[in-house]
Design a protein around this ligand. Structure first.
Ligand code: SF4
Ligand code: SF4
Length: 431
């Protein structure tokens, strides 16, 4: 297999295809501290793309409750176990050497799904990535074991369980929203024997060419996130298409001037957890420096949002702000060694960070650039830091402005939510 550069792993790795990169890349951030598990995103996607015969059990967007929930059941635990069997005790990170551009999280010393491909007995046909085919039963529900918590025994005297104090809850769960990560080195693409899967050169969205697909399900087996699905009525595989008509600015309701708009699942998010963007990529696959792009700022400059299971090796383009109350070892396995740093920053965001966090779900159009107009200091609040200590957070009522692809201002929002007092003679609720 050729060698390619994976910056999330801080090293080169083997991949079934030669290195080749789009000019820009579809990417997104989900802030898990805010997801309420309402599934509005799930239904927004389903009612747009997967409502037809044969798609009944296909959920391009799903929200599962961790640690026990999953769609398909136990998808991540099963793959982590396969990797551990392939490389016992070796799935570890070396964090002694870091470099903000080349190895922001250190170096992954273990095996990716591509490097471990030969370690599993073959079940028919060549295998380019370590994986497995879920059973029909495992696909049955989008979030089995919903809201089942883990941790210490429930205590009678504390209604929420063992502890309700930050920084970590002893009884915990959280909602993990997931879509296809439109990976830089997709496991689905690398596994397809028909070359039916490709990345669009303009935005890195990963698509399955339905006319080439023969339904061998190698993509279903090779996607570590289980985001490629087999549809029995067409006998082909399908996956999230990144709402590409909206990314191309063809939804006139969302973007009258033809600027790129966010996907349906992002635009519908009730909890304001989602921010989607497009980042510039250079010929080596590195992100072009662009600190005024909110995604670049939050992912590369601040390292607040982290990739989901970077150790799988696909360089996923979905990033997550980890939930503050969850045991750190669980989060480190899921998001890599950057967890402590991310949670530390999120616990007490500084002035610029707090302003940029307001951009989540502030507009349907994709924000390519932000500016901040400074406002007065409005509060000081005591916050609990991850080590249990207290810190004073200063809050400034800054205004953050967002600009679309054509540099048109499409967002203007203040840190402090404006409030309006009704005059007493108006009885607005007297229907
Ligand atoms: S998440 Fe899975 S389906 Fe999506 S691009 Fe990555 S490997 Fe392919
Ligand atoms: S709509 Fe937003 S808050 Fe609701 S489940 Fe989806 S990601 Fe979470």
């Amino acid at each position: 297999m050729p060698n390619v550069n994976n910056w999330q792993l801080g090293r080169e790795m083997s991949y079934p295809h030669e290195e080749s990169h789009p000019k820009s890349q579809f990417a997104f951030i989900f802030n898990l501290n805010r997801c309420i598990g309402c599934q509005t995103c799930t239904i927004a996607c389903k009612s747009t793309w997967t409502f037809s015969k044969g798609q009944e059990l296909i959920w391009w967007n799903n929200v599962e409750s961790k640690p026990y929930g999953g769609y398909p059941n136990n998808w991540d635990a099963k793959l982590l176990d396969l990797l551990e069997q392939a490389n016992p005790g070796g799935q570890v990170w070396d964090t002694s050497e870091k470099d903000p551009t080349k190895k922001p999280y250190g170096v992954f010393d273990g095996m990716t799904i591509f490097e471990a491909a030969d370690k599993k007995p073959r079940t028919g046909g060549p295998q380019q990535a370590l994986g497995y085919l879920p059973t029909d039963d495992e696909w049955r529900a989008p979030n089995r074991h919903e809201d089942t918590a883990a941790g210490a025994d429930f205590k009678k005297d504390a209604q929420s369980g063992g502890s309700v104090e930050l920084p970590e809850h002893k009884v915990w769960f959280f909602h993990l929203a997931r879509i296809c990560n439109h990976c830089t080195y997709p496991g689905c693409l690398g596994s397809c024997p028909r070359n039916a899967i490709y990345k669009r050169p303009e935005d890195g969205i990963v698509l399955i060419d339905q006319s080439r697909c023969r339904g061998y399900r190698k993509c279903v087996e090779g996607c570590p996130y289980k985001k490629a699905y087999y549809r029995p009525t067409t006998r082909t595989s399908e996956k999230c298409i990144g709402c590409y008509p909206r990314i191309e600015g063809r939804d006139k309701n969302a973007s009258p001037t033809g600027a790129p708009a966010e996907t349906r699942c992002m635009a519908a998010c009730v909890g304001n957890i989602r921010l989607q963007g497009v980042v510039k990529i250079d010929d080596n696959g590195d992100w072009t420096e662009d600190p005024k792009n909110p995604l670049y700022y939050l992912i590369r400059e601040r390292e607040l949002a982290l990739p989901l299971y970077p150790q799988f090796g696909t360089e996923p383009n979905g990033y997550y702000v980890p939930p503050r109350w969850v045991p750190r070892n669980y989060l480190k396995q899921m998001f890599g060694p950057g967890v402590e740093h991310a949670i530390e920053q999120y616990s007490c965001p500084d002035r610029e960070l707090l302003a940029i966090l307001q951009l989540f779900r502030a507009q349907q159009q994709i924000i390519f650039r932000y500016e901040i107009e400074k406002g007065p200091k409005v509060a000081e609040v005591e916050v609990t830091m991850p080590d249990g200590s207290s810190k004073t957070q200063e809050i400034f009522n800054d205004t953050v402005l967002g600009y679309n692809k054509f540099d048109e201002e499409v967002v203007r929002i203040t840190v402090e939510e404006p409030t309006f007092e009704r005059s007493p003679e108006h009885h607005v609720n007297s229907i």
